[in-house]
Design a protein around this ligand. Structure first.
Ligand code: TYM
Length: 344
């Protein structure tokens, strides 16, 4: 007697979701630049990609850190990811030093990276000027560790601000070089850089990037500062004497504020120029301060709630580190085999 067999209709193999990796250094209080250039996009991307978001503490010690501050900021960094909307059910969040594969792959990749190519990195040149008393080897090999972060997880896309573009390019070069010798080991990642917000500039010197390590707090908007503080800082932002709200060369301060306004409202520069036609900088700055404070309000409220729950945050980092370790080990063991390390 023949049995009835239910044959499932043929299904197309589900398309593999693309992978994303990105991170922020816990080297200062996170700024509007970090939010608009990177984290805001991380949130938007997590529904369509498998995402890993890391607090990159190994990178942070390339510049001298106060240990208690670094520890605190690491937890705060993770809390901020959650407060900004990264969902631990959807994305993996973890602390870089909890997953030893990063340092391990960095060593291997360092042997496939040229001294010359590292010497050309603008971040290395900038930071060695800023910290001339501590030009350490870690500062020099920083991009190798960053390449390891990205390549370990076979990331397809890396959402970052403009300043990190060169580091993604060297990551691609190293991955291509390695693949050229050993076959297809690494996915070649692409940068994902937002059109608006890729470079938010300092409020006190708008020719320079807004930076969390700037010693002058008036130069940046911190994601978690008070509403009044944000409005006050933007009111005092350096502009020019032209008194016309217009996006133009040489108007770095106004261009920067227009970028911030556009990032929060979605309005184009043309629309912003029309909106403030005939109005002075005072009105414009007040409006920028308002949309910025409004745009960050939910994040601030969420952060104030979440930061109190250390057990919850530590649970997220522990769970994230386990998942990241599992994924990273797959790549690392492949790499070890390819280069000829004896299996244990
Ligand atoms: P970090 O910590 O300096 O900055 C974190 C992210 O914020 C972006 N960013 C900005 N975007 C626009 N305007 C600004 N003023 C601004 N300031 C910072 C940065 O481009 C970045 O996306 N090397 C990285 C951290 C890192 C990383 C990685 C990133 C380590 N490993 C792997 C991606 C993938 C850094 O120093 O970011």
């Amino acid at each position: 007697m023949s049995e009835n067999i239910n044959i499932a209709p043929e299904q197309a193999a589900p398309e593999k979701r693309k992978r994303i990796f990105s991170g922020v250094q816990p080297s200062g209080i996170l700024t509007l630049g970090n939010y608009l250039g990177a984290i805001k996009n991380w949130v938007a991307l997590q529904n369509d990609y498998d995402c890993l978001y890391c607090v990159v503490d190994l990178h942070a010690i390339t510049v001298r850190q106060v240990p208690t501050d670094l520890r605190r900021r690491t937890l705060e960094g993770l809390a901020l990811y959650v407060a900004c909307g990264i969902d631990p059910e959807k994305s993996i969040m973890f602390v870089q030093s909890h997953v030893p594969s990063h340092a391990e792959l960095a060593w291997v990749l360092g042997c496939y990276t040229g001294f010359g190519e590292l010497s050309r990195m603008t971040q290395f040149k900038d930071k060695s000027q800023k910290h001339s008393d501590n030009i350490n080897a870690g500062l020099f090999t920083y991009p190798v560790l960053m390449a390891a972060d990205i390549l370990l997880y076979q990331a397809d896309l890396v959402p970052v601000g403009l300043d990190q573009k060169q580091h993604i390019e060297i990551t691609r070069d190293v991955a291509q070089r390695f693949n050229g010798i050993y076959g297809d080991v690494f996915t070649i990642p692409e940068p994902y850089i937002p059109k608006t917000g890729m470079k938010i500039n300092s409020l006190t010197d708008p020719t320079k990037k807004m930076s969390k390590s700037d010693p002058n707090p008036a130069s940046f908007v911190a994601i978690i500062e008070s509403r009044d503080e944000t409005i006050r800082k933007i009111k005092r932002a350096v502009t020019d004497s032209d008194a016309v709200v217009r996006y133009a060369e040489g108007k770095d301060g106004i261009n920067n504020l227009m970028t911030i306004y556009s990032s929060f409202t979605g309005k184009s520069f043309d629309e912003i120029e029309k909106e403030f036609d005939g109005k002075g900088y005072g009105d414009f700055k007040a409006a920028v301060g308002e949309v910025c404070a409004d745009g960050l309000e939910n994040v601030r409220a969420e952060y104030a709630r979440i930061i109190k729950d250390k057990a919850y945050l530590e649970g997220i980092m522990k769970d994230g580190a386990e998942k990241a370790l599992y994924l990273s080990k797959k790549t690392l063991s492949k790499v070890y085999k390819k280069v000829g390390f004896y299996a244990k």
